[in-house]
Design a protein around this ligand. Structure first.
Ligand SMILES: NC(=O)C1=CN([C@@H]2O[C@H](COP(=O)(O)OP(=O)(O)OC[C@H]3O[C@@H](n4cnc5c(N)ncnc54)[C@H](OP(=O)(O)O)[C@@H]3O)[C@@H](O)[C@H]2O)C=CC1
Ligand SMILES: O=C1O[C@H](COP(=O)(O)O)[C@@H](O)[C@H](O)[C@H]1O
Length: 502
C-alpha cells in the first residue's frame, strides 16, 4: 500500500487487538504507553478493543489497574491525564491462557463476538510480545481455535530466531498460517522519527542525493550506545549477545537505510527490495582481518554518572561464567558501485557513558586544499544524524573565523536542525506508536520482510562462526567507558576517530 497518502485521507480503522505477553516487559514498558498516546491523540477508533493475554490468574479490573500503574511509570507526568487513562483502560479486557497449548484459544473468538456482534470488516491484530520460540505454536493455535480470517494480521518482535536456521523454522511456522502480506516483523528502530527522516533527507533533498556515494563520502560511522545494562533479561541476553540483540536487526537496518539506492516509490516492497540488495552486498569478514576489523567486549564493574554499577557477570540473574559480548565494534563495507572503498564503522554496547544513537556521514576533503596547512584536519564536512536523545540533524560546515587579525582561519560550526526547538509544539512520538498505527492501517513499509531477516542472519552467522573458531574471550571494558581500547585502535589504524562531539 502506498505510504504517501495525506493524514486526512487515512481512516481510523476499528481493530480487535489480541496482545500475547500482556504482562511482560515489552508490553508494560512500551506497548501500553504507545497505545495510550495513540488514544489520547484520537488516533484509535472509539470501538477499538484490546484483549490482554497472559498466564497469570488476574481479573479484568486488576489488569486495568496494573496498566494504569504502568502508565504512571512510563508516561511523562505532563502527558498523563486521568480521563485519557480511564478511557484507554476501559478498552482493555483480559484472558488467562497458556499460549503453548491449543485449549482456551476459542475464548479469543468468543471475546470478539462478545465485544461486537458483527466482526465482519474488523481485523484481528495479533501482537506476539513473547519469546520467538512461541510464535509458531501461537499462530497454529489461533488457526485451530477458529480465531482468524482473511483480515487477521500478526506482529512479531525481534530477534526472529537465534541464527539463519532457527529463523527459517520460525518464519515457516508463521507463514503456514499468515501470508507474508499480513506479517509485520517489528524492528522498532524503523519507527524512530529520525530514522524516518533519513528517507526524507536522502530522497527529498537533491543536495544530498547527488553527494551520496563513494566520490563524496569517505566513511560512515554508526554508534548505538546504551547506558543500561541487562535489566533483568540476563537469561535471554546471555544466549543472544549484542551482535544478535542489536546488530543483526537495528544496526543493519540503519546501514540499509543509509546505503540503499533510491526506491522507485515508497511502497513497502520497493523499499525492502533496495534494502535486501545492501544486505546481500555486505562483505563477510576475512579470517586474516577478523582481529583487526571486529572487537567484542564485555563490561566489568564501573561507574556511570557517578554511580557504581555491577559488571555483566554480577548482574541480576547472572548464573555462570560467560563469554557473551555486551559490546561490538566493527569495520565493514558494502561491495557495490556506490560504496566501493567506503568503510562503515559500527559500534554498539551496553553500560556506556551515554545513551546515544547517531550516524555520522564523513564527506571527503576538497581535492585541492588552499587554507592553513595546520587546519587541514578540520577540512571535511560531516552530516550528523542524531536518533536519540535530542533528535536532530546537523551539517558541520567550515566558515571563516571572524575577527580582524585572524586572516583566512577556518572554523567548524553546525547548520543545525534540532527537531524539538525547530518544531516546539510537536511531541516526537515513540517508535512503537508509529508502528502500531501502521499495522492498524495495514501498511508494511516500516516492517521487515522475511528475506531481509534471513540475509542479515547469514551475515551474522558467518561472523559468529569465525569468532567461535578464533576462540578468544571478549575484551573487558569498565562500565561507563566507550568500550574496549581496541575499538578505538580499530578506527585509528585508518587515521580516523569516532566522532565525539556528544
Ligand atoms: N523487552 C524489550 O525491551 C524488548 C523485547 N523484544 C522482544 O519482545 C518479546 C517479548 O519480550 P519481553 O517482554 O522482554 O519478554 P518477557 O519475558 O518480559 O515477557 C514475555 C511474556 O510472555 C509470557 N509467556 C511466556 N510463555 C508463556 C506461555 N506459554 N503462556 C503464557 N504466557 C507466556 C511470560 O509470562 P510469565 O511472566 O508468566 O513467564 C511473559 O510475561 C521477545 O520476543 C523479545 O525478544 C524486542 C525488543 C525489545
Ligand atoms: O531491541 C532492543 O533494543 C533496546 C534498545 O532500544 P532503544 O530504542 O532504547 O535504543 C535494547 O536495550 C534491547 O537490549 C534490545 O533487545
Amino acid at each position: 500500500m502506498n505510504a504517501c497518502k495525506r493524514p486526512e485521507e487515512e481512516s481510523r480503522p476499528v481493530i480487535d487487538l489480541a496482545l500475547f505477553g500482556a504482562l511482560g516487559d515489552l508490553s508494560l514498558r512500551k506497548l501500553y504507553p504507545a497505545l495510550y498516546h495513540l488514544d489520547r491523540e484520537e488516533l484509535l477508533h472509539d470501538d477499538t478493543r484490546v484483549l490482554g493475554l497472559a498466564r497469570q490468574d488476574t481479573s479484568v479490573d486488576a489488569f486495568r489497574q496494573r496498566v494504569a500503574e504502568t502508565l504512571q511509570t512510563y508516561v511523562k507526568a505532563s502527558e498523563l491525564d486521568r480521563d485519557a487513562v480511564n478511557r484507554f483502560t476501559a478498552r482493555l479486557d483480559y484472558l488467562q491462557l497458556d499460549f503453548a497449548t491449543p485449549e482456551g484459544y476459542r475464548a479469543i473468538a468468543e471475546w470478539r463476538t462478545a465485544v461486537r456482534h458483527d466482526t465482519g470488516g474488523c481485523p484481528l491484530m495479533v501482537y506476539l510480545a513473547v519469546p520467538a520460540s512461541l510464535y509458531g505454536d501461537i499462530c497454529r493455535n489461533l488457526k485451530t481455535g477458529g480465531c482468524l480470517d482473511d483480515l487477521s494480521r500478526v506482529v512479531v518482535e525481534k530477534p526472529i530466531g537465534y541464527d539463519f536456521e532457527s529463523s527459517c523454522e520460525i518464519n515457516d511456522a508463521i507463514g503456514e498460517v499468515f501470508p507474508e502480506s499480513r506479517i509485520y516483523r517489528i524492528d522498532h528502530y524503523l519507527g524512530k522519527e529520525t530514522v524516518q527522516n533519513l528517507i526524507a533527507l536522502r530522497f527529498a533533498n537533491p543536495l544530498f542525493g547527488t553527494q551520496w556515494n563513494q566520490n563524496h563520502i569517505s566513511h560512515v560511522e554508526i554508534t548505538v550506545a546504551e547506558r543500561v545494562g541487562i535489566e533483568g533479561r540476563w537469561g535471554y541476553f546471555d544466549r543472544a549477545g549484542q551482535l544478535r540483540d542489536m546488530v543483526q536487526n537495528h544496526l543493519l537496518q540503519l546501514v540499509c537505510l543509509i546505503a540503499m539506492d533510491p526506491p522507485a516509490n515508497l511502497d513497502a516492497d520497493a523499499i525492502r527490495d533496495e534494502k535486501v540488495k545492501i544486505l546481500k552486498a555486505l562483505q563477510p569478514f576475512s579470517d586474516s582481518r577478523l582481529n583487526r576489523d571486529v572487537v567484542r567486549g564485555q563490561y566489568i564493574a564501573g561507574t556511570i554518572k557517578g554511580k557504581s554499577v555491577p559488571g555483566y557477570l554480577e548482574e541480576d540473574g547472572a548464573n555462570r561464567d560467560s563469554d557473551t559480548e555486551t559490546f561490538v565494534a566493527m569495520k565493514t563495507s558494502v561491495a557495490n558501485w556506490r560504496w566501493a572503498g567506503v568503510p562503515f564503522y559500527l559500534r554498539t554496547g551496553k553500560r556506556m557513558p551515554e545513551k546515544l544513537s547517531q550516524i555520522v556521514i564523513h564527506f571527503r576533503q576538497q581535492p585541492h586544499y588552499i587554507f592553513d596547512p595546520d587546519q587541514r584536519n578540520l577540512a571535511a564536512n560531516k552530516l550528523i544524524i542524531r536518533l536519540q536523545p535530542d533528535e536532530g540533524i546537523a551539517l558541520e560546515v567550515l566558515t571563516k573565523d571572524s575577527g580582524l587579525d585572524r586572516g583566512m582561519r577556518l572554523r567548524r560550526g553546525p547548520l543545525h536542525l534540532d527537531f524539538s526547538s525547530a518544531f516546539p509544539q510537536e511531541r516526537i512520538p515513540d517508535a512503537y506508536e508509529r508502528l502500531l498505527l501502521e499495522v492498524m492501517k495495514g501498511r508494511q513499509y516500516l516492517f521487515v520482510r522475511r528475506d531481509e531477516v534471513e540475509h542479515a542472519w547469514h551475515w551474522c552467522d558467518s561472523l559468529i562462526a569465525a569468532w567461535r573458531d578464533m576462540g578468544e574471550p571478549p575484551r573487558r571494558y569498565p562500565a561507563g567507558s566507550w568500550g574496549p581500547v581496541a575499538s578505538i585502535a580499530m578506527i585509528t589504524q585508518d587515521g580516523r576517530s569516532w566522532y565525539e562531539d556528544y
